[in-house]
Design a protein around this ligand. Structure first.
Ligand code: PLP
Length: 385
């Protein structure tokens, strides 16, 4: 993977920039289609909030995945990339009226609804337009996930979803609304989840909820289990493709489906995480009292995950074969949290070296900001270089 990088080409591009390995992305998508394809009625949507680069989106669209959006801007972006509207699901706790209108006008597949006030507005807008909106309810399953506190979403204390106790009430309300077509249930418990037990806990909870609904004669056509499968940030070269086999098999083995039900997945990080890297140039090597700093031209504005989630991206010096030395790898932003990693081993660094921060395909480029009036990083895909 690293040995095949077009380093000479990299030297001609303005740093920092994102680089996406299209072949690894295609291989990942192929594995997803193979593994999900073993089970009838399994549909995979790509959660576009992980990476909305058009070049990346077009490769994903070629593989036939559906889409999970969390904003009107994302709907616009995926339509531009060529995704069919009828494969879009639309989640989010705070949808604005224009976003709901856009969803209805473009004919998206389903709204994942997170509250009664939201349901009422979707109904009102749909009725005004003489249309019916398909709706799944996002239920907060009160299931924890073994991941960073800022990326758990399925606990009762989180802002997401409708409480389990309110489920039957909301569904019967929806069934009385002329602008709403009730389709099923939606869940999403968090991100960067590597323990299959967490997904088993969700499947068990869904089984309980389905039993409750069945006792009331309520049928769900769709069970949407969300996303959350993690990637190996520590050893990306050894594990470039996440374990989709175990992931889909876990749901197959634990989720009890009723005849005619389809299962929808919303995978973000696991689709694009490993295919991307951030390439940055070393501006200075600074010897300080206790530390040796490699100061690069990328900062938290380009890749915020280390500052935001204590995330770790493996760093590699692409242009030096020197002896390993210990560095703090830091950016130029005026914030003490603008540190990619501390006390890491890199081949001896000198000014002008190119450093790759690996596993940066998800929640990297899309989260870049212009803080400090910085330019947004460019994103290149291997097919074009
Ligand atoms: C963020 C998100 C996802 C994708 O999560 P990953 O951990 O990237 O797979 C899926 N569904 C919803 C509703 C989300 O908010």
């Amino acid at each position: 993977m690293l040995s095949k990088l077009p380093i000479d080409k990299f030297r001609t591009l303005r740093t920092p920039f994102y680089y996406y390995d299209a072949n690894l992305l295609r291989q990942t998508l192929h594995t997803i289609n193979d593994e999900a394809g073993k089970y009838p009625g399994y549909h995979v949507h790509y959660a576009v909030k992980a990476n909305a680069n058009l070049k990346v989106l077009r490769v994903i669209n070629d593989a036939g995945l559906g889409i999970d959006c969390v904003s009107g801007g994302e709907i616009e972006q995926v339509l531009k990339a060529g995704f069919p509207a009828d494969k879009i699901v639309f989640a989010g706790v705070g949808k604005s009226d224009w976003e709901i209108e856009l969803g209805i006008d473009s004919g998206i597949f389903c709204f994942n609804v997170e509250s009664i006030p939201e349901l009422q507005i979707i109904n009102q807008i749909a009725v005004q337009k003489g249309k019916k909106a398909n709706v799944c309810f996002r239920i907060n399953p009160n299931v924890g996930a073994h991941t960073h506190a800022n990326i758990t979403t399925g606990l009762a204390e989180n802002k997401f979803g409708i409480a389990m106790d309110d489920m039957e009430g909301v569904i019967s309300l929806a069934k009385q609304m002329s602008g709403i077509e009730f389709k099923g249930l939606h869940f999403h418990i968090g991100s960067q989840i590597l323990e299959m037990d967490d997904f088993i806990a969700l499947a068990n909870r869904i089984n309980e909820l389905q039993d409750r609904l069945e006792a009331r004669g309520i049928f769900c056509e769709i069970i949407n289990v969300g996303g959350g499968l993690g990637i190996d940030y520590n050893n990306p070269e050894a594990n470039p493709v996440p374990n989709f086999r175990d992931y889909f098999a876990t749901y197959h083995n634990h989720l009890q489906l009723r005849p005619g039900q389809s299962v929808h997945f919303e995978l973000g990080r696991s689709v694009v995480g490993q295919c991307g890297m951030l390439i940055t140039k070393v501006n200075f090597v600074k010897q300080a009292t206790y530390k040796q700093f490699a100061i690069v031209d990328a900062g938290m504005t380009d890749l915020i995950r280390p500052a935001l989630y204590d995330a770790h991206h493996k760093a590699v010096n692409l242009t030096s074969k020197g002896e390993k030395e210990t560095y703090d790898l830091v950016g130029p932003i005026c914030e003490s949290s603008d540190v990619f990693d501390k006390d890491i081993q890199l081949s001896a660094v000198s000014r002008g070296d190119l450093i790759a921060l690996l596993s940066a395909g998800a929640y990297g480029e899309i989260m870049a900001s212009g803080y400090n009036c910085r330019r947004l990083p460019e994103g290149y895909i291997s097919d074009e270089l």
